[in-house]
Design a protein around this ligand. Sequence first.
Ligand code: NAD
Ligand code: UDP
Length: 335
Amino acid sequence: MKVLVTGGAGYIGSHTCLALLAQGHEVVVFDNFSNSKPEVLRRLEQISGTAIACVEGDVCDHSALHQVFSAHNFDAVIHFAGLKAVGESTANPLKYYEVNVCGSRILTEVMLAHQVHCVVFSSSATVYGTPKSVPINESFALYPANPYGHTKAMVETILRDTAAAHTALSAVLLRYFNPAGAHPSGLIGEDPKGIPNNLMPFIAQVAVGKREHLAVFGDDYPTCDGTGVRDYIHVMDLAEGHVAALEQLSRQPGSHVYNLGTGCGYSVLQMLQAFEKACGKTIPYQVQARRDGDIAEYWADPGKAERELGWRAERDVAQMAADTWRWQSNNPEGF
Ligand code: NAD
Ligand code: UDP
């Protein structure tokens, strides 16, 4: 298949490009580099030995999208492009509704105008809010608790309604749990701007000496060791989940939603220990107050993806830590 990958220079998009190329698909990246660098494309070419077409553009720009759809005959789109910082979404919600919701609406309209009928969308476990129980399955009600989560739930609705109205359209909505890790080459990985919001890139920056210590946000949760528990999934497993979803789209039109997680939860301190093993260093940490809006624990029920997509996460937290460390230690300043 020839696949347009919006946000393909970003963390998950870049790893997914490699998974697509490994399965013989062709990719065209569309990215405005607001949260990534063109160097990513060079690294992808180095790893894959394949030239990668890339168009610099914004998903909110109708005419830029029309141009790229006119220049290529796409079979499908994987839509990663968007903004993802929960705190920033609370401070600047209109920016998030514009890029995440309007950008997705415009992209869907342009896809239909060019008779491209398959889309895989990056949703998030954040749409569930505080779940009534764990593990979380796809039938749970959605209670997003911040503007970022609302934008993901809204785009899911837009795609579901559009697939119902245009029966040729197939949409797969993938709810990611906590992506972590990097490609085993150590050439690409997560490269956050400024202070990392997420646990794994923060630990990696402490390990490489860029930050003094990890702040552990609360150790008084009702969990195994008092720290927050999440379902960390290796980014290459996540990437391969997209390829499985694309292949399912061609077999089954309509809209479909899947959790992409491992089904296992790990605490902050367990992740820290896994990282210490991988890098062979002690990583200093200080326990601080809980972070506003955090939930004690959640993990996925990934059974539906396994049954219907034939996909299951294979890599464990030791591999996530080892691959993150290889990327971070080889590229202390990122790309
Ligand atoms: P990322 O920021 O690394 O990648 C997003 C890419 O999209 C970047 O390359 C950025 O430059 C590009 N982009 C942003 N706005 C754009 C626009 N208007 N037009 C074109 N390109 C634009 O993020 P990521 O971690 O790779 O996440 C990818 C997707 O997955 C996002 O939609 C995110 O919300 C979703 N997601 C991420 C996580 C996570 O923890 N990383 C979890 C759940 C869902
Ligand atoms: N966390 C932490 N210190 C940090 C970043 C995160 O203790 O610097 C904790 C956070 O409270 C949560 C877990 O690590 O329990 C995962 O947080 P992250 O922001 O990576 O993902 P989230 O699940 O919030 O999307």
